[in-house]
Design a protein around this ligand. Structure first.
Ligand code: ATP
Ligand code: MG
Length: 248
């Protein structure tokens, strides 16, 4: 990896880029994943590159939803595996969720490499290599999934997911938790809970909240009742708009 000086004002952002480039060179990240990351960076810049209070509200609701789920599954793609494999494994442990590799640009080789990265970070029983079911209404390789995993899940966490697949999962009656820095994306607008935050920040926050809420079922209910996705996304847009106004 390139040696990035800690004193660089945008050190954190450059470290994430380096992780993605390393993931790309290792065959974990798809070429298109690099483009998607650039789009995420742009929205993160507009947010001031920080976790907003709106994101924390959504992350708390996400923790509650995962704890209340009977069969939660975390879907992992190349970017997520390159950026924060350890955080995925920890969240799965804290919430009792399964992990399934779900790729938009699928190849068996890439699935196997992502599985190996997750296992290196302590994951057991990673699903995805032998898909035996389909996401209804999603064509070809993009629709493949596991009967024991995403297909039978009641709650699916889909960080950095494509809008088409996110919408299809909702149509199948699943509750979805999406992590996407673009509050305008179809993904954000179709999630049961939509978290507008950088994924390496969002997953540890959900884990922390899940640990906090674990034994408090009434608080879990209260958080979900009070969470309003569209109002939350509008508040995030207002933060971005305010930051743009300051530049003008
Ligand atoms: P959609 O398909 O949902 O309408 P899209 O086609 O623009 O939107 P995709 O490329 O399918 O989006 O998915 C990638 C999304 O993930 C982008 O919206 C991007 O903003 C977001 N993203 C990229 N990197 C990160 C990151 N590190 N953390 C959070 N979100 C990210
Ligand atoms: Mg898309």
């Amino acid at each position: 990896m390139t040696n990035i000086p800690k004193s660089h004002p945008r050190y954190d952002s450059l470290v994430l880029r380096e992780r993605l480039v390393a993931g790309y060179n290792d065959g974990i990240v798809a070429t298109q994943g690099l483009i998607a990351h650039g789009r995420g960076e742009m929205f993160y810049y507009l947010l001031g590159e920080r976790t907003t209070k709106e994101a924390r509200t959504a992350e708390r609701a996400a923790a509650a939803l995962m704890l209340l789920a009977k069969n939660p599954v975390i879907s992992v793609n190349g970017n997520v595996a390159a950026l924060c494999p350890g955080e995925v494994v920890r969240l799965a442990e804290v919430t009792g969720a399964k992990i399934e590799v779900g790729l938009f640009h699928r190849s068996d080789q890439r699935v196997a490499k992502i599985q190996a990265v997750l296992e290196d970070h302590g994951a057991k029983d990673v699903l995805g290599l032998l898909p035996d079911a389909r996401i209804d209404g999603v064509d070809s390789m993009r629709g493949l999934c596991c009967g024991d995993g995403i297909h039978s899940a009641d709650v699916v966490l889909i960080p950095l997911e494509d809008g088409d697949r996110a919408e299809a999962l909702s149509r199948m009656g699943k509750k979805t938790i999406v992590v996407d820095l673009n509050p305008l994306s179809r993904t954000s607008r179709s999630g049961t809970v939509a978290i507008v935050d950088e994924v390496t920040k969002a997953l540890p926050e959900i884990s922390l909240f899940a640990e906090e809420l674990e034994d408090d079922a009434s608080e879990q209910d209260r958080l979900l009742t009070n969470y309003d996705r569209d109002a939350n996304l509008q508040a995030v847009m207002n933060v971005m708009q305010g930051n743009l106004g300051k530049l003008g």
